[in-house]
Design a protein around this ligand. Structure first.
Ligand SMILES: NC(=O)c1ccc[n+]([C@@H]2O[C@H](COP(=O)([O-])OP(=O)(O)OC[C@H]3O[C@@H](n4cnc5c(N)ncnc54)[C@H](OP(=O)(O)O)[C@@H]3O)[C@@H](O)[C@H]2O)c1
Length: 343
């Protein structure tokens, strides 16, 4: 594996942009858990929370205003503060020599920006030596490509049909609060206020994530289609229906795959069991399968319900579950940072 991204040092100066948000807070947790070699930490957010404090490894740090911050001397900046913020500030950080790992959708489909899932396409990181910006894929895309890559390496994939069951945390801290508040209100016989998500989410399912496009797909669905093809570097036909469900953490996906040749459930189960970053839980006899209640707070991509599709040749079904804020965002970003500093 390559190593010459950053000069070799014992510790690095790391900024977390959006440190007060759902993803930023988890990035801080994961940097600490994995003992990432942070020498100096700089938490950044908007002027709204500048001056507040966050905790990292038992120490308090004052959150600074991104607009006012000079990135000179930073090694790595983990951005999770929305697309507009990334478009405006990532180039400023990259020009100062810092590697930006960006969680927003702002840079993902730019031809000269790499889109990285460490288990799938770490080689593509080479491109970042030019421009110092690395895009972290959409949460739903990350868990799906981790699950389908080992199968694609064995027998090329022709087509993927995915339906998602996405947790509210995918829409940020305010959507987590909205599900909690609406649930409480409805159980108390009071009206539920809708402020963040497009419809009431408590005791409901919303087939609408991000904005609708002219062709009838939502932007979330389009992201899954385009990002999968870019990360897999393959001309795979992908179609998606993305759905928000009243779950706090961890996205689930029903993934139907058609291969170029034969692939049976036993072979798929054994390939997935050996693959990096995947845990297979798949035993109909004991009714064992992955669920968000168990995947939340964990790092792997969990795969189960692996079975042949009787309706179509060379086709399989998978059920794929992962913590969207961890593997779908913060953990994936920290894993990329680990490659940048790996000796
Ligand atoms: N949640 C997920 O599962 C997930 C997965 C993949 C990618 N993402 C992406 O990650 C980003 C953050 O998501 P989130 O779920 O953490 O959202 P969030 O909980 O709403 O947090 C947003 C963070 O961004 C900061 N911020 C907003 N506007 C800013 C500005 N103009 N300048 C500086 N900081 C600003 C906020 O700081 P203040 O406290 O100052 O408002 C806060 O720290 C989004 O781009 C999202 O698409 C999220």
């Amino acid at each position: 594996m390559m190593s010459d991204f950053l000069p070799r040092k014992d510790v690095y100066k790391v900024a977390v942009v959006g440190a007060t948000g759902a993803v930023g807070a988890t990035m801080l947790e994961i940097l600490a858990e994995r003992n990432f070699p942070v020498g100096e930490l700089v938490p950044l957010a908007s002027s709204r929370s500048a001056g507040s404090t966050i905790e990292f490894k038992g120490r308090e740090y004052v959150v600074q205003d991104l607009e006012q911050f000079d990135p000179t001397g930073l090694d790595i900046a983990l951005f999770s503060a929305g697309g507009g913020t990334s478009l405006k500030h990532a180039p400023r950080f990259a020009d100062a020599g810092c590697y930006v790992i960006d969680n927003s959708s702002a840079w993902r489909m730019h031809d000269d920006i790499c889109l990285i899932v460490p288990e799938v396409n770490p080689h593509a990181l080479e491109m970042a030596k030019e421009n110092h910006i690395i895009a972290n894929p959409n949460c739903s895309t990350i868990q799906m490509v981790v699950a389908i890559k080992p199968l694609h390496d064995a027998v090329p994939i022709k087509r993927v049909v995915v339906s998602t069951y996405q947790a509210v945390s995918g829409a940020g801290g305010s959507a987590i609060d909205e599900l909690a508040k609406q649930t409480r209100s409805l159980l108390c016989g009071e009206p539920a206020e809708v402020e963040v998500l497009p419809e009431r989410i408590a005791f409901n399912v919303i087939p609408h994530i991000d904005v609708f496009m002219d062709d009838g797909y939502t932007k979330e669905e389009r992201k899954m289609i385009d990002e999968t093809r870019k990360i897999m570097e393959a001309d795979i036909a992908v179609t998606a229906t993305t759905v928000r469900v009243p779950v706090f953490y961890a996205h689930s996906e029903s993934v139907n795959i058609t291969f170029e040749g034969p692939m049976d459930a036993d072979k798929a189960r054994s390939l997935l069991a050996d693959a990096e970053g995947i845990c297979v839980v798949d035993d109909p006899a004991t009714a064992d399968y992955p669920m968000p209640s168990e995947a939340a707070g964990t790092d792997p991509v969990w795969v189960g319900r692996i079975r042949g599709d009787d309706s179509c040749r060379n086709s399989l079904h998978l059920w794929v579950v992962a913590d969207n804020v961890r593997k779908g965002a913060a953990l994936n970003a920290v894993q990329i940072a680990e490659i940048l500093v790996r000796d």
